[in-house]
Write a protein that binds this ligand. Structure first.
Ligand code: ADP
Ligand code: GLC
Length: 478
């Protein structure tokens, strides 16, 4: 079965977050199920640079003021269709924002173009490729669902996955005439969203099946608290919505072969983690203390991730002898607050405010515990790599964090269970309490080793989720 995946980012070609990891891992995970997935992604400079010289070009004609074509190729192991439309994608900066951090002013057109290309491919624009299912992701993929729905009898069934309800892709209704949709598309059952055009809303309203990335988040988004204005629609579509947990790419994240580490190891013997802890302390200018409980953070710095709460919890963390290694990029005020704390506590707080894949791996292998104090978290991938790397996750009880970590409470410990420390609600006091609970467990080596071993022995791979997606595709195909 052929499946077309429509995404705005895919690892290892272009990545701002977990969506890229998921999109990059799915094709290989689905292959054993007889599913051949090809990924449609915009031709940003980084993606174009990764294309081999023999990419096959297929013209799509004019699209929103410029020539567009699809380049079919295998790039860094991935079967891709690249939307080559230089007037929309050949520019410096990120996939969604310019070098100054402001969203591109023509994002509505850029991702309408991605959707139009997805629809064209789903209808046979590329000879030899006849997908039974088109699977589009997040607001940037929403218009693929809309064009498929309104473009005449669709040849492919459709799945829409929402990775984060906070990003909705809403645009002024003035954009409508340029989208080339029939007038009735601008309705409450279609792409209209409170008088504007909603790309995420279009995907949620019009896809044959809607998925999100954990069962708990699937439940949370049906409530006014978690629904971000879309809970009514999600309740109305409850029959077609389900939560399928993400997996981790266990080839990319494998402590036994990871070339970013100072020492490799596996679940049978995590002792080489000590060498990674030393390397991490050296790399970030932390005191070289093997016995200090070292907390790690690998995250976007944003309200969602709760990292604005961290500075208030730092005195307790430091007071109990802890250290912090933080890798994060995003909101400037959070960066400033962490920086101020780091300046006041040299040797105790090490930071890097960049995107750094190698350091992300070293933190997972070298820290004792990984902090994930999210206010909401559709799935979360860093706690999955933490579990696999033997960094005990300390996380808020929300979304996918609640579904993937077993809290080491008294009852769990009495039964030899527990894979992390889970707290709720997300506020500075509970974060501080969780940190202190973690340090107290860390100081009981027998219990801590058990936690670490439990964490590393769990299955966080794509095996189970891939089977769930394969079953979903089969259910709606043909
Ligand atoms: P989200 O997609 O909401 O940002 P996830 O936990 O699903 O959160 O995925 C985040 C991904 O991005 C993980 O692969 C994580 O390792 C990576 N990541 C986050 N921040 C950085 C950073 N500063 N440098 C390198 N990788 C990062
Ligand atoms: C989003 C969510 C994150 C999830 C990722 C991949 O970025 O914020 O929780 O893990 O998508 O599905």
């Amino acid at each position: 079965m052929q499946v077309l995946s429509v995404v705005p980012e895919v690892f290892p070609l272009v990545k701002t977050g977990g969506l890229a990891d998921v999109a990059g891992a799915l094709p290989a995970a689905l292959a054993p199920h007889g599913i051949a997935m090809t990924t449609l992604v915009p031709g940003y400079p980084a993606v174009m640079a990764a294309l081999p010289a023999d990419a096959e070009a297929h013209d799509l004609g004019m699209m929103f003021g410029g020539e567009a074509r699809v380049l079919a190729a295998t790039a860094r192991g991935l079967a891709v269709f690249v939307l080559d439309a230089p007037h929309l994608f050949a520019r410096p900066g990120g996939p969604y924002a310019g070098p100054d951090g402001a969203d591109w002013g023509d994002n509505a057109l850029r991702f309408a173009a991605l959707g139009a290309a997805g629809n064209a491919i789903a209808r046979g624009a590329i000879p030899g490729f006849a997908p039974a299912v088109m699977h589009a992701h997040d607001w940037q993929g929403g218009m693929a669902i809309a064009y498929l729905h309104y473009g005449g009898p669709p040849r492919a069934a459709s799945v829409f996955t929402v990775h984060n309800l906070a990003f909705q892709g809403q645009f002024d209704a003035g954009i409508l005439p340029r989208l080339g949709l029939p007038a009735h598309a601008f309705s409450v059952d279609g792409i209209e969203h409170w008088g504007r055009v909603g790309y995420l809303k279009a995907g949620l309203a019009l896809a044959d099946r809607v998925t999100t990335v954990s069962p708990t988040y699937a439940a949370e988004i049906r409530t006014p608290d978690g629904g971000m204005g879309l809970d009514g629609l999600l309740r109305a579509r409850a029959g077609v919505v389900r939560g399928i947990l993400n997996g981790l790419d266990t080839d990319v994240w494998n402590p036994a072969t990871d070339r970013h580490l100072a020492a490799t190891y596996d679940a049978t013997d995590p002792r080489p983690r000590a060498a990674n802890k030393a390397a991490l302390q050296a790399r970030l200018g932390l005191n070289r203390d093997p016995r200090a409980p070292l907390f790690g953070v690998v995250s976007r710095l944003s309200w969602q991730k709760g990292l604005d709460l961290l500075p208030a919890a730092l005195p307790a963390l430091l007071g109990a002898g802890g250290q912090l290694a933080l890798l994060g990029a995003g909101d400037r005020p959070i960066e400033d607050a962490v920086n101020a704390a780091a300046a006041a506590h040299p040797g105790r707080i090490g930071t890097s405010f960049a995107m750094d894949e190698g350091l992300a791996h070293l933190i997972q292998a070298g820290c004792d515990a990984l902090l994930v104090p999210s206010r909401f978290e559709p799935c979360g991938l860093t706690q999955l790599s933490a579990l696999r790397y033997g960094a005990v996750p300390v996380a808020a009880r929300t979304g996918g964090l609640a579904d993937t970590i077993i809290d080491a409470n008294e009852a769990a410990l009495a039964m030899g269970q527990g894979t992390g420390i889970v707290f709720s609600p997300t506020n500075a006091e509970m974060l501080e309490a969780a940190i202190l609970r973690t340090i107290s467990l860390y100081r009981q080596p027998r219990i801590w080793k058990r936690l670490q071993r439990n964490a590393m022995r769990g299955d966080v791979s794509w095996t189970r989720p891939a089977a769930a997606y394969a079953a979903l595709y089969r259910e709606i195909a043909g």
